[in-house]
Design a protein around this ligand. Sequence first.
Ligand SMILES: Nc1ncnc2c1ncn2[C@@H]1O[C@H](COP(=O)(O)OP(=O)(O)OP(=O)(O)O)[C@@H](O)[C@H]1O
Ligand SMILES: [Mg+2]
Length: 371
Amino acid sequence: MLNGRAIAKRRRNDVAAGEGGDGSSKKTTKQKLCSGSSSPTTTVGGSGSRGTTVTGICDHVSDRYEKVGRVGQGTYGVVYKAHDKQTGEFVALKRCLPHHESTDGFPLTTIRELHTLRMGRPHPNIVKLLNVAVSSTNNVFLVFEFCAYDVAQLLDAHYAKYGESPFQEAHVKTLSRQLWSALEFLHERAVIHRDIKSSNLLYHRGTLKLADFGLARQYDTIHSSPMTPNVVSLWYRAPELLWKIEATTYTTAIDMWASGCVVAELILGVPLLDGKDEVEQMGKIVSCFGHPPSSYGPRVCVAGDDSEKKRSGMELTDRLMNYTSDKGLRLLYALMDYDVHRRWTAEQALTSEFFTVNPLPSRDMPTEFRY
Ligand SMILES: Nc1ncnc2c1ncn2[C@@H]1O[C@H](COP(=O)(O)OP(=O)(O)OP(=O)(O)O)[C@@H](O)[C@H]1O
Ligand SMILES: [Mg+2]
């Protein structure tokens, strides 16, 4: 079995493949993203001094924020902890790395992130976007409330030291409820996050916050255009994407599969399905859930396919039965159903009996961890 540090290293290689399109229109000026103004009067960009380029539209990043250190490096951005000189609070600054855009264009993932985060009222379990700032070299920074822990880093570090999750079942119930509450909020608005994984979940003073909306998109069941199949990091990728049966017409159900992986990981302290590549990932899914139904097409041969466990798909029960009740197991099987029409929604998960049997969801969540 891998220890926490080895898992952390492998996590960095397990990234969603990203995308270039979905036919979304590409915005070409940075003003559109700053201050919410629909008719900016000042041009952001070019080589002018910061006084003439950004005044009145966006804060200049170093005028307002003092970087304290680097806290994260994702596929699409570098994240710094910083001190907000105006409010005295700590914030997270995400510098958006250019990719998939023309030289004068703007990262599509940033546009997505802003579009989703500015939609509707804030949700307590969705990381709060506080501001957008620019640097004199025209880098754009999304400014978020600062969260003390990244759930993946927390699990990896704790597991490396103690060989178990830092969360007991009552804590996992509170965290799962917070995650599904955020997902219910998004899904009601027809937004699919498309990158649910533990490193996109932040934790601050007992509250889980869903982050990283760089792949999020709204879908329209009536006028739907095909969506890219290259979404969701491999370990959390739903079988309809892996087997490529609903590769471009998937729904919010892909987030629910991924949420099942996350909840199992919160219980175990290590990722549930950590395949090295697509074939190994499919094999791990088969071990836990049996072979997919015939609607998935001809059976894929997976390594070790002949073992009794692989055929019966009992590995999920074997690995989790000492840590959670029947209700917990039943819930995970319902979230990780091959049939997307039967797979539970966030709303169903929130009303599960998992939350009404002992131990009840904890009101007393840990706020600090030793590792
Ligand atoms: N608000 C925040 N508070 C504290 N840390 C944060 C915050 N936002 C992000 N981070 C850290 O930075 C990392 C990268 O951020 P984020 O996931 O938004 O970037 P990304 O480039 O889109 O990532 P990915 O590799 O998942 O595509 C997170 O996994 C987390 O460790
Ligand atoms: Mg991320």
